[in-house]
Design a protein around this ligand. Structure first.
Ligand SMILES: [Zn+2]
Length: 81
């Protein structure tokens, strides 16, 4: 069974309709004043085994960005906004 993503605008859709942007950096996507903090935010990932906040783009549907929590072990998805 393909991974299904519950889009708040289109309903449950197969993951192939989405582009994964990856892990949402801690602190969001803002620009940091500290160069080291900015480097960590842009290039380093936590790569957790468990719940991870991610950004996905629904290119074959509503063409909106989603933020969700995906368990990297089970692929269970929740807290989609
Ligand atoms: Zn959608």
């Amino acid at each position: 069974m393909a991974l299904m993503i519950p889009c708040p605008h289109c309903g449950r859709r197969p993951y192939g309709e989405f582009w994964a942007s990856g892990e949402l950096p801690e602190g969001g996507h803002g620009v940091e004043a500290d160069v080291e903090a900015d480097y960590r935010r842009v290039w380093l990932r936590r790569n957790v085994a468990g719940d991870q906040r991610e950004r996905w783009f629904h290119h074959a549907g509503c063409r909106r960005w989603l933020t969700l929590t995906r368990n990297t072990i089970t692929n269970a998805i929740h807290d989609v906004v």
